[in-house]
Design a protein around this ligand. Sequence first.
Ligand code: URA
Ligand code: SF4
Length: 181
Amino acid sequence: MLDLSQLSTCTRCALSEHRQRVVIGSGPEGAALMVLGEAPGRSEDEGGAPFIGRSGRLLFELIGEELGRTREQCFVTNVVKCRPPANRTPTGSEIATCRPWLDEQLRRCQPSVVLALGNTAAKSLFGFDEGIGVTHGRVVQLGGAKGVATFHPAAALRGGPSVVEVMRSDLRIVRALLEST
Ligand code: URA
Ligand code: SF4
């Protein structure tokens, strides 16, 4: 088991060579909802917190409107904690090397619902083989928690209103799960 106090200096994978800051996560440990992205982007690497750029603004606008929750009420983190060069997708090996940190965060937070954003988070956490266009909105069991995947907000920024509408309908599934626990 890893000691989370060591995460800010982790050098377990090569992503440590390019990062400015390890983006550990934000929010209260007992949060009912964990929000999981792919990897820090430029804003997050500079600021040291997850989803503080454009994607994050859209994400928490939707979470506010559909779930009535603020960013501060959610535990927010990413599959890998360091920014990949030029925002490339993290490799399977980087994801696997970073996984024990996420497992420890899950163990400490004990969320009732985990919302995975985009293919990287959905595939690595829920083991989906198919893409997010097919798997979004499915409810899976993840230890003691329920898991739901939706599109990454960056895809909604590119894809426009139709993607936002799908995210909203997936968030309503999350809302029902949160209300039933
Ligand atoms: N995209 C992510 O997947 N995570 C962040 O923290 C920011 C952008
Ligand atoms: Fe460590 Fe994860 Fe950063 Fe790799 S991505 S250096 S495993 S914290």
